[in-house]
Design a protein around this ligand. Structure first.
Ligand code: GLN
Length: 214
């Protein structure tokens, strides 16, 4: 497969760090700010930042309709922290007018770890990621309170009540994480995402080959 082109939504948040990680894995990266930027990407990263701010900027930039269309067509997407909130179907403690892209059938609670422990780091076992636990940096992170039938839970941590709740989930080609994988220097979650991009390309090629058959 040729190097995929990965867009990083560049309205707000950790854009540079994601681009560096992806480039280190051999991907071509572009910043996505306007609708036209989306047309050439094989996959998209929605970075952490502030989901309410990114939501407003998605509206003013005109990106919302083409982004919804690409997600509906199965574009592989990685959402981290605020990106996870934006991709969720339901948000608890969000702003009422906050956009929900609803690409993953989960309910997330914003700022779920509270003010005292609003940031922490931990080592996570992530299903499907080989080797030692992944070091994960959580910053005013969300937690997943409900997952739909089509959602695969890949990692969990205990919430404020001690109950383990999902922090990495996948639904089809969409991968979401409650933490900041771009900040730990460990590229394995990004590599897993590029695996989803490769899988989608292979599936598209097979579908168009079968369409071309007489
Ligand atoms: N709490 C932020 C929000 O609601 C997310 C924090 C982050 O992305 N680090 O969007």
């Amino acid at each position: 497969m040729n190097a995929p082109t990965i867009g990083v939504l560049a309205l707000q948040g950790d854009v540079r760090e994601h681009r560096r990680m992806l480039a280190g894995l051999g991907a071509t990266t572009v910043e996505v700010r306007r609708p036209a930027d989306l047309s050439c990407v094989d996959g998209l990263v929605i970075p952490g930042g502030e989901s309410t701010a990114i939501s407003v900027l998605l509206g003013t930039s005109g990106l919302l309709p083409p982004l919804r269309a690409r997600l509906a067509a199965g574009m592989p997407t990685l959402g981290t922290c605020a990106g996870m909130i934006l991709l969720a179907g339901e948000v608890v403690d969000g702003r009422p007018d906050q956009e929900r892209l609803a690409a993953v059938d989960i309910t997330v609670r914003r700022n779920a770890f509270g003010r005292q422990v609003d940031s922490f780091e931990t080592d996570l076992d992530v299903r499907g990621i080989e080797g030692p636990p992944l070091h994960a940096v959580f910053i005013r992170a969300p937690l997943v309170e409900r997952v739909g039938h089509e959602v695969e839970v890949l990692a969990e941590v205990p919430g404020r009540d001690g109950v383990r709740r999902p922090v990495v989930c996948r639904q089809g080609p969409v991968l979401v994480a409650a933490f900041h994988p771009e900040l730990s220097g460990d590229a394995r979650l990004h590599r897993r995402f590029l695996g989803l991009v490769g899988g989608a390309e292979a599936a598209n090629a097979a579908a168009s080959a079968s369409r071309e058959e007489p």
